[in-house]
Design a protein around this ligand. Structure first.
Ligand code: NAD
Length: 705
């Protein structure tokens, strides 16, 4: 028996069945590889065994390597289990259900045959954690399915469904979903005496395609250039597949090992591993009872069918949850529904969903006209205008009609949820479910905990997130909550730098070069300059020291509200979303600088990057200090999934650690002296700098809400 019995062996009908049993997902943890080696040898030595099956117990074949082992020294086994499998003198059949990913698929590729159930998925997703398939995957897959298809799979890291995998040539046979073991044993018996044994490493026919198309590797590099900028792993993946074509198998394996070793401790791999674990941590709610099982929302309602409300309704419909939509007027309702229909139609046209899917989803969204019609829904999400009076009115109505225990949630971007809770008699059921635009695309769901929101409401809202494919992150209530509040200083600094002589296109370029899909000004044009204009007006009314942002205010007052008006920070041609720098904006900027008497100067890219990100790091420290987020890593998850922060840089706080706390404090103090109170260093920043601690491990002392 292998270590901890994670692999077992039994013989049925002349077939040795090697079963991996390492819950929850049969990762290649300690003892698994050793167990495979032990039992392949046992099967070969046993005259009663004619063939073997490699199968996983529980819900998966082998879901991959144990990521926790990456980046740490590991003993190199004298022999690799993949080699032992491929060297077997008796045929071995991989029997796949659930997932065969990474090391899992590499083991399957080392078997002589592969059968799978229809629901299984295979893939080599290592690139997504900044490395490459290091167990022969980059050498075997191209030999099996051709370099082009292999490269596409390895560079994208995508999960390939069994049917497609069969078409590609990865899977030999799709078998009965309910009897994988029986079907695999029958398959093994049918090939038991077939010789020679098919071995992937010996296949050469599919490599020929690269010889007739030698430009394919350069073409692939070109096609990923934008998405893969600043990263090494995707390019190393391509280099490995190229090695599969140009080098003999053993040499190719050496290349793969060498390039894997280069990546394993690279900054990008560390950042991506960190992001992977941060996404698991964010689901944990400190203080929640262990046995807390939130009820599942079976019916939902959305108030307001505007930009956000329509998108939120689609989120529910996309995941099979019926949702009712309520508006101020029949006209507004019809407009909102029309936009939903158009959005679905565009998805069908693009091929991201089928017409059948659209026909299933659309009827799940039901327009209604009275509050009584939504009274029996399990959860309501309010997405009306960002105005306190309107929101209060809606919550008072909800309180009057909704069944007891219904979740009353607001999608407000910034308004303290306590204000809405205050007009109800059930503040424990009121909280925030803050989606990010476009709501049906962005993964983040910021779950806002008001002063009186119950832990059950928070847990149930987090569960909604999981049920509709989002990543939930808890924030405490305050103006802007955790995500937008931590990003706001970045936006403010971007606009204030304009007054000193920087240009939107220059700032945007720095951020795109850093890895964002778009710069802050292009984003502002997309979401509309008027949204933040209204928020600024609200804040200015409440705070006499509020720093007016002259440039954007002036643009909005000129009617330049972004893409929707054809002009904002940039100018747009009709029907085209390409931003063009605009002389009008340049002259507004120059005019504001002159009027305020601010000396004009030039900025280096480094200064721009630091000005933007350090303003937010400082604010993030204040947010943690005040207990408005549980962990720094939660803020990183918010930045990754709400704002498009480059994943291979881990997140805002992970990035801050790469700069260093002492250097950040020095810089923040310098700008505090030059620009005043908005740069006041956070207490937590001082503490981290003094103790030499890390930003990414910072946690809030208190609870949020
Ligand atoms: P929007 O103006 O596009 O839509 C608001 C909708 O609410 C309109 O269709 C309006 O008719 C309807 N409405 C107004 N008062 C109503 C009432 N009393 N009852 C029913 N319906 C009513 O606005 P939006 O961009 O969808 O924003 C909605 C909310 O989402 C705001 O609180 C906003 O802060 C928040 N939000 C917006 C974004 C964004 O990027 N636009 C992102 C996150 C959150």
């Amino acid at each position: 028996m292998s270590e901890g019995n994670v692999v077992r062996f039994d013989i049925e009908d002349g077939v040795g069945v090697i079963t991996i049993d390492n819950p929850p997902v049969n990762a290649l943890g300690p003892g698994v590889r050793e167990g495979i080696i032990e039992f392949v040898e046992k099967g070969n030595a046993d005259p009663n065994v004619n063939a073997m099956v490699l199968i996983g117990a529980g819900r998966s074949f082998i879901a991959g390597a144990d990521i926790r082992q990456f980046g740490k020294p590991r003993p190199q086994p004298p022999r690799r289990s993949t080699d032992v499998l491929e060297d077997s003198a008796k045929p071995v059949v991989a029997a796949i259900h659930g997932y065969a990913l990474g090391g899992g698929l590499e083991h399957a590729l080392s078997c002589n045959y592969r059968v799978a159930v229809r629901s299984a998925k295979v893939g080599l997703p290592e690139v997504l954690i900044g490395v490459l398939p290091g167990g022969g995957g980059t050498q075997r897959l191209p030999r099996l399915i051709g370099p082009k298809a292999a490269m596409e799979m390895i560079v994208s890291g995508r999960h390939v469904p069994a049917e497609e995998a069969k078409k590609l040539g990865i899977i030999d046979e799709i078998v009965d979903e309910k009897d994988l073991r029986g079907a695999a044993i029958r398959f093994a018996k049918s090939v038991a005496s077939k010789r020679p044994l098919p071995r992937v490493r010996e296949k050469t026919d599919r490599l020929a395609e690269a010889k007739s198309d030698p430009g394919m590797f350069d073409a692939m590099k070109k096609s990923i250039a934008r998405k893969a900028r600043n990263q090494k792993a995707p390019y190393h993946c391509i280099a490995c597949v190229e090695a599969a074509v140009t080098q003999p198998f053993e040499e190719g394996l050496q290349t793969e090992r060498r390039l894997f070793a280069e990546l394993e401790n690279s900054d990008e791999a560390k950042a991506l591993r960190y992001a992977f674990f941060a996404e698991r941590e964010v689901a944990k709610i400190p203080g929640a009872p262990k046995d807390l099982k939130p009820p599942r929302v079976k019916t939902a309602a959305v108030i307001g069918a505007g930009t956000m409300g329509g998108g939120i309704a689609m989120c529910f419909a996309d995941f099979g949850i019926p949702v009712k939509v309520l508006e101020v007027s029949r006209d507004a309702l019809e407009k909102g529904m029309q936009r939903v229909r158009e959005n679905y139609a565009v998805s069908v046209k693009r091929g991201s969903i089928t017409q059948t899917q659209m026909d299933e989803r659309l009827p799940r969204i039901r327009p209604v006209e009275r509050y009584e019609d939504i009274a029996d829904c399990d959860a309501v999400i309010e997405a009306v205008f960002e105005r306190i009076d309107v929101k209060k009115d809606v919550f008072a109505k909800l309180d009057a009609v909704m069944k007891p225990g219904a979740l009353l949630l607001t999608n407000s971007s910034a308004i303290d949820t306590d204000i809405m809770a205050g007009v109800t008699r059930r503040p424990q059921d009121v909280g925030g479910a803050h989606f990010f635009a476009p709501a049906n695309v962005m993964k983040l769901l910021e779950v806002v905990r008001g002063t009186n929101t119950s832990i059950e409401t928070i847990a149930a809202t987090m569960q909604i997130g999981r049920d509709i494919g989002k990543i939930g992150a808890v924030a405490g209530t305050c103006d802007g909550f955790a995500a937008n509040r931590s990003r706001a200083p970045l936006v403010t600094e971007a606009m204030l730098m304009l007054e000193e002589g920087a240009l939107p296109e220059q700032i945007d370029k720095v951020m795109v070069d850093f890895g964002y899909p778009m710069g802050p000004f292009a984003v502002s044009d997309l979401s509309g300059l008027d949204v933040s204009y209204d928020t600024r007006k609200r804040r200015a009314a409440a705070d006499p020291n509020f720093r007016k942002l002259h440039v954007p205010d002036r643009l909005v007052e000129m009617g330049r509200k972004g893409q929707k008006t054809g002009a904002g920070w940039y100018r747009y041609e009709k029907g085209d979303r390409t931003p063009h720098p605009d002389e009008v904006v340049k002259s507004v900027i120059a005019e504001v600088g002159r009027e305020l008497g601010i000396p004009q100067r030039t900025f280096t890219d480094e200064e721009i990057l630091r000005r933007l990100l350090l303003a937010s790091v400082n604010e993030a420290c204040k947010i943690l200090e005040e207990g408005k987020a549980y962990r720094a890593s939660d803020l990183d998850v918010m930045w990754l999934h709400g704002f498009g922060f480059p994943r291979y840089r881990g997140g805002l706080m992970f990035w801050a650690d790469t700069v260093g706390s002492k250097e950040i404090l020095r810089q923040v103090e310098e700008w505090h002296a030059r620009y005043g109170d908005r740069w006041r260093p956070a207490k937590l920043l001082r503490e981290i700098a003094a103790s030499g601690g890390s930003f990414r491990e910072a946690k809030s002392a208190g609870t949020t809400g």
